[in-house]
Design a protein around this ligand. Sequence first.
Ligand code: SF4
Length: 322
Amino acid sequence: MSAPVLEVRNLIKRFAIPGGLLSRTVAEVHAVEGVSFAVAPGETLCVVGESGCGKSTVGKLILRLVEPTAGQILIEGTDITALGAAAMRPFRRRAQMVFQDPSASLNPRLSAEQIVTESIENYEPLTRAARRERAAALLSRVGLRPDMLDKHSFEFSGGQRQRLGIARALSLRPALIVADEPTSALDVSVQAQVLNLLLDLQEEYGLAYLFISHDLGVVEHIANRVAVMYLGRIVELADRASLFASPQHPYTEALLAAAPLPDPRARENRPIIEGEVPSPINPPSGCAFHPRCPYAIARCRTELPALHRLADGRLAACHLRD
Ligand code: SF4
């Protein structure tokens, strides 16, 4: 793999839960527990899992929208974990985010032109004419008409708003975009158009994506590699074809069995997962999946399985694969 655009090493995030008269920490949410991976230039790494597995927190940690409890985040080889606001400036350019809900992430008081040039102005003072020209080019590139520059986001359809959010993310020419469920709030008919736009932009600009999704149909369409998360930990990390053809972790297997994938062979003979995701405040001992795992053995209740490399190169955390 070429030098990574993004690398995270043993990333941990615990959210304190205050209680009592003195608001002391009485418990912690174990949102992310020792996550490590790298993303190469031009690559799409999808992070999947049920809601509450920590995948969105990983995205926010990478952009320092929340601060990690421990671990390291490297953008293009530089450790940005502890950088102050001024030192972070060049790295904010290199990594941008596309949010799930474009309505909530776009300021309704700003015009489309202001939305897509807001960040540029912080880095490159432009004349009024140059700013408008840059904004028109960005809108055209994401499939919006330049005559929409003066409209406000509430005048756009859902799909157009997400295109506007993508134009904003592109405005600083990043190397990495963290996309958190970017199509899940859109009509099905529009989802494919936005996904195809993201793929076109990736090819044109060599973008890397960290693509967070619960939708395995979308993941199968867009991923190069897939990291599967369960209760804050990566339990399997594999290239897309291997993961969908022969999942090695029982949780991946169960996710595929439950997903409405076009190829029914992806679901063949796979047990359906039952029960709820346990609370991340008090995760189960040993392998956190053991209360729901049809293959659990005694050891699974006490011993945490390490994420280790299998003979075919993928990573899995399961005692059955030791
Ligand atoms: Fe199931 Fe045990 Fe593997 Fe966990 S370690 S996934 S409980 S078999």
